[in-house]
Design a protein around this ligand. Structure first.
Ligand SMILES: Nc1ncnc2c1ncn2[C@@H]1O[C@H](COP(=O)(O)OP(=O)(O)OP(=O)(O)O)[C@@H](O)[C@H]1O
Ligand SMILES: [Mg+2]
Length: 267
């Protein structure tokens, strides 16, 4: 394996608790080199899943956090000026395609559509990446795969993937795990016992019912782990829930009261 990507190999097995058949499906998609889209709300395990799969498949993982200021050059590469003159520097997508890594574009809808289209030729049967400025055409390495993440529901009409982008991907839906799985995850990640994590999960389940009725988004698994972390550090449960679960997701006083009441039911 090239030195350029060896540093992106994941050395230790990331903890990932499968929720359904996503591991088998992803493995099949990887072996067919189908680009994949991971859909689901914030904090439900998409990033952890892709880290786990990269580890399992023994492929390096190059992650790019997308934002609206990102340009095609940020993905593909650019000429840099130095004392010797100009020098080409591969962008992360190019490095992954050239040497054979999994490239994970996190929150891809944040990128402008004119940026997103650079992934088109490398995500269809051509598997090529044209570096227009450099005048080079890369045939993607056989191990290369592109994965994107996507939070459904956050899109406005202006900010969504084009159909021609979406239809280049297979998609896996992610959601908050079922009660027992989530309890297991929260205990494992924060080190609190299951008697406490099952309560945290129950609070989250109540709050998730308020999505669309005053809350934009439910309490995520990530937030429950934060609450668990605080409790493990000796913070009293009500205070931990206020800090980690209630205050971050809403500023509305009535909604805060409703969530505090849900906390009080369990602690
Ligand atoms: N199935 C799972 N197995 C193990 N850990 C999980 C699982 N689901 C969630 N987690 C835990 O929840 C945390 C948040 O998950 P992750 O960072 O993968 O969310 P995400 O879906 O990528 O969110 P975002 O859209 O905000 O990037 C992880 O750090 C991990 O500890
Ligand atoms: Mg993520």
């Amino acid at each position: 394996m090239s030195d350029a990507i060896e540093q992106y190999l994941i050395k230790n097995e990331p903890y990932y608790h499968p929720v359904a058949d996503e591991v088998t499906l992803y493995e099949a998609a990887y072996s067919a080199r189908i680009p994949m889209m991971l859909k689901g709300p914030t904090g439900c395990g998409k990033t952890r899943f892709v880290e786990f799969m990269a580890w399992k498949l023994k492929k390096p993982l190059i992650t790019v956090a997308c934002n609206e200021d990102m340009t095609a050059s940020d993905l593909v590469g650019r000429f840099l000026l130095d004392a010797q003159g100009t020098r080409w520097q591969d962008g992360p997508l190019t490095t992954a395609a050239r040497y054979g890594a999994i490239c994970y574009l996190d929150e891809v809808v944040e990128a402008r559509q004119d940026t997103t289209v650079v992934i088109h030729p490398v995500t269809d049967s051509r598997r090529i990446l044209p570096l227009e400025k450099k005048g080079e055409l890369i045939n993607a390495h056989p191990d290369f795969q592109l994965v994107i993440s996507y939070n459904p529901g956050y899109q406005s009409l202006m900010k969504d993937l084009k159909q021609s982008t979406k239809q280049r991907f297979g998609a896996l839906d992610f959601n908050y795990p079922d009660h027992d799985t989530e309890t297991e995850i929260v205990s494992h990640e924060s080190g609190i016992d299951k008697a406490i994590s099952t309560k945290l999960v129950s609070i989250a389940e109540r709050a998730r019912n308020l999505k669309g009725h005053g809350l934009d988004e439910g309490i995520s698994t990530r937030m429950l782990i934060y609450a668990g972390n605080l409790i493990a550090k000796g913070v009293e449960a009500h205070a931990a829930c206020r800090v980690a679960l209630v205050r971050p997701i809403t500023d509305d006083p009535d909604m805060r009261d409703a969530l505090d009441a849900a906390v009080a039911t369990f602690f």
